[in-house]
Design a protein around this ligand. Structure first.
Ligand code: FAD
Length: 307
């Protein structure tokens, strides 16, 4: 099935989400091209294993409709039948434009998909991960928005083997007045091998210093539940779960987290889960590899002392 992967940049590099989709395209032996959308200087986003066209738009204009028009040309010229994109802001906008142009419904929040002959079946989670449904796509052009961390990232040797096309502005382009870049310190949630998350069981925002100390000893990223994000203990960017980020670290340490399904959906695929909770009935223990029944305010200081 001829496939187009819509890629994106983070810090001028191919995003981890794009590398996850490329990994799946290679696993399925798909005949695929990549088109990367961005507005910054990109270097080393090419590969000898596939063609990559970089659609570069003006950072002072919001111009994704023109990028979509260019992608439409690529789809038509190459008789593409499947478009795979990350479920990111840019990906969702572009897939929306394509869905209108081709009068076809995209499938969003895809966790996995398989292809048998020309049949494509997607697997999507619903109700905060409590259930899963399958969708069989029968449209000529199939548009999929892939949930982050659905596949392992591919390890690629990247080089300058890519083409850049500048996307011009027009009357429909919107002016960008301001860009807010979230200040990021320490290991990042999406990439870190260890994630330590805090929940309401940390009792008070001031106790998050215990989590910070543990995270710095383990070189871990810090996450939190929606309950503590809503309470203002932590910025929204740190929220793990259905309406936050999906993480898949080697080790996930849940501190004072009940394990609501909406939280689990963002962390349950972590390789090894450790939970600290004083309630032995807490649902988080059902998905934990190691459970510590105890008070976070006693257990975490002991860990900090001994590490
Ligand atoms: P609680 O559920 O209050 O759990 C606190 C836990 O701490 C309890 O298990 C308690 O036994 C334990 N505890 C208390 N004191 C201590 C102590 N001293 N030592 C040890 N343990 C202690 N939630 C998310 O996290 N992410 C999401 O993306 C998300 N999206 C949502 C989307 C929707 C549409 C809805 C409806 C909800 C969403 N939620 C999300 C909220 C979710 O349902 C839960 O309310 C939330 O995850 C609970 O957070 P918590 O575990 O910190 O708090």
């Amino acid at each position: 099935m001829k496939t187009l992967v819509i890629g994106e940049l983070i810090n001028n590099q191919i995003s981890s989400g794009t590398l996850e989709i490329i990994s799946k395209a290679k696993e399925l032996n798909l005949d695929f091209k990549v088109v990367t959308v961005g507005s910054s200087h990109a270097s080393k986003i090419g590969s000898d294993e596939f063609t990559n066209t970089y659609l570069k738009y003006n950072p002072n204009k919001l111009n994704l409709s023109n990028c979509s028009n260019e992608i439409k040309n690529i789809i038509d010229e190459n008789e593409i039948k499947l478009v795979l994109s990350n479920s990111s802001y840019i990906g969702r906008d572009i897939i929306a434009f394509l869905s209108v142009d081709y009068k076809t419904s995209p499938v969003s929040n895809v966790g996995n998909f398989e292809i048998n002959d020309n049949d494509l079946v997607t697997f999507n989670s619903i109700n905060g991960g409590e259930g899963e449904y399958k969708a069989k796509l029968i449209s000529d052009l199939k548009l999929l928005l892939i949930r982050p961390k659905s596949f392992d990232q591919i390890e690629l040797i990247l080089n300058d083997n890519f083409e850049t096309k500048d996307i011009s502005d027009d009357d429909n382009s919107l002016d960008v007045f301001d860009i807010h870049i979230e200040e990021k310190k320490g290991p990042q949630l999406e990439d870190s091998k260890i994630v330590i998350s805090a929940g309401r069981g940390m009792v008070d925002a001031s106790n998050l210093s215990l989590i910070e100390e543990l995270a710095s000893k383990l070189n871990a990223a810090i996450g939190g539940t929606r309950a503590i994000v809503d309470a203002g203990w932590m910025p929204y960017a740190n929220q793990v779960g259905q309406t936050g980020k999906t993480v898949k670290p080697d080790v996930y340490i849940a501190c004072g987290i009940s394990g609501a399904t909406q939280h689990q959906v963002g962390m349950k695929d972590s390789k090894f889960i450790i939970a600290i909770n004083k309630d032995e009935e807490a649902p988080i223990f059902q998905i934990s590899d190691l459970g510590i029944i105890g008070d976070t305010l006693n257990v975490i200081p002991k860990l900090n002392e001994n590490l």
